[in-house]
Ligand binder design. Structure first.
Ligand SMILES: *Cc1c(COP(=O)(O)O)cnc(C)c1O
Length: 388
């Protein structure tokens, strides 16, 4: 399917809403039935009909159809946040007594789900270094039901060999779930590599404007309907029609934003490579990176995140560099129009949380600004850090 068709036409039914170009926000909790027979049908087929917005809503459905098509899956289901989508996908596959193998250092709240939440319900989890698929196999037990992947993963951007891990799982009847948020649905399609459920935080690239939250799980109709009937309807992490509309609006410009972000990121990284204040750039798209070939093979392009390690042993210098940046906002999240940094050093002084990451790491997200504008800013912050 053409990306242009998906983004501009698929799921749009303009005849039914005055030929409006922008779809309506169907801001209703309820849909009425004309007859008992119609209501009987709705109750028996709630996954397929608009009956109650915690189940289906036309504005949300349109978003689901487009993201499923971008990921090349039969179906998708939207949630009120990315972590709700991650949790629902994982919970749909496990019961007490089961075992999960998960990549080490996933997104913070995925980590909490794996390490703190699942064990409360009798689900055991082993975290593995995902850079070698053999580690998934080595951790597999007779009761392993799920492999969880996040590639590239949070903060340090290590990749997992998606096709290899999916193949190991298939041979053993193990389900695979991947968090694909970092790659965007344009630059990596794990279902085509054999992954069963593909999850996105739509808050990030899909929305793209830092003004709405959402999440999506993509998979076969059967697997998505199972999630609908259990985790989706009972936990109720519903995406509001208004936020679905904002995410749909973001989707319209996803290709041009991703292309621009990819290009600017390459320019900023190229500049950083010339600076002696930087010890390391963690970015799988550098030819010297050990996973460069894998990145080229399983991703269509780079995205806007990378992490640098500053060449210093003083946290004050890291603070000074970060505080000196004028055009990078210091914040969590990413995927919007605005460039961001997230310093690992921020986790060091808060007392109640001991970071496992060195304080010299600073994660960058490159947004839509002019490359020179960002590079100049980094340059002056590096000079300040060195007291020049
Ligand atoms: C942000 C993020 C999430 C969580 O998404 P929310 O929309 O914030 O709930 C999950 N996975 C990854 C990789 C993320 O970056």
């Amino acid at each position: 399917m053409d990306i242009s068709y998906i983004l501009n036409e698929l799921g749009e039914d303009r005849d039914s809403y005055f030929n409006a170009v922008a779809p309506p926000i169907v801001q209703t909790s309820n849909f009425a039935c004309r007859t008992v027979e119609a209501m009987r049908y709705a109750l028996q087929h709630e996954a397929e009909v608009d009956f109650y917005t915690r189940g289906n809503n036309p504005t949300v459905d349109m978003l689901e159809k487009k993201i499923a098509a971008l990921e090349g899956t039969e179906h998708a289901i939207a949630f009120g946040s990315g972590i709700a989508a991650v949790s629902a996908a994982v919970l749909s596959q496990v019961r007490a007594g089961d075992h999960v193998v998960c990549v080490k250092k996933p997104y913070t709240w995925t980590n909490k789900l794996m390490q703190r939440f699942l064990p409360r319900f009798g689900v055991e989890v082993t975290m593995v270094d995902g850079t070698d698929p053999a580690n998934y196999l080595a951790a597999t037990q007779p009761n392993t039901v799920l492999y969880f992947l996040e590639s590239p993963n949070s903060f340090t951007f290590e990749l997992q060999d998606i096709a290899a891990i999916a193949a190991l799982a298939k041979e053993r009847g193990i389900c695979t779930v991947i968090d694909n948020s970092f790659a965007s649905p344009l630059f990596q399609n794990p279902a085509s590599m054999g992954i069963d459920l593909v999850v996105h935080s739509a808050t990030k690239y899909i929305g793209g404007h830092s003004d709405a939250m959402g999440g999506v799980v993509c998979g076969t109709r059967q697997m998505i309907n199972k999630i609908f009937e259990t985790e989706f309807m009972t936990l109720g992490a519903v995406l509001s029609p208004h936020d679905a509309w904002l995410l749909l609006r973001g989707l319209r410009t996803l290709p041009i934003r991703m292309e621009r972000i990819a290009q600017t990121t390459r320019q900023v990284v190229a500049y950083l490579q010339t600076r002696e204040e930087i010890e390391e750039i963690m970015w799988p798209f550098l030819p010297a990176h050990p996973q460069y070939q894998l990145a080229k093979a399983q991703m269509k392009n780079n995205t806007g995140q990378f992490t640098i390690r500053l060449k210093t042993d003083k946290i004050e210098e890291v603070d000074l560099f970060c505080d000196s940046l004028q055009h990078f906002l210091m914040a969590a999240s990413w995927g919007g129009h605005e460039s961001l940094i997230y310093p690992a050093a921020a986790a060091y002084k808060s007392g109640n949380y001991k970071s496992s990451l060195p304080f010299t790491l600073v994660r960058f997200y490159i947004g839509l600004e002019e490359p020179e504008y960002l590079i100049k800013d980094i340059e002056q912050a590096l000079e300040k850090m060195k007291g020049r």
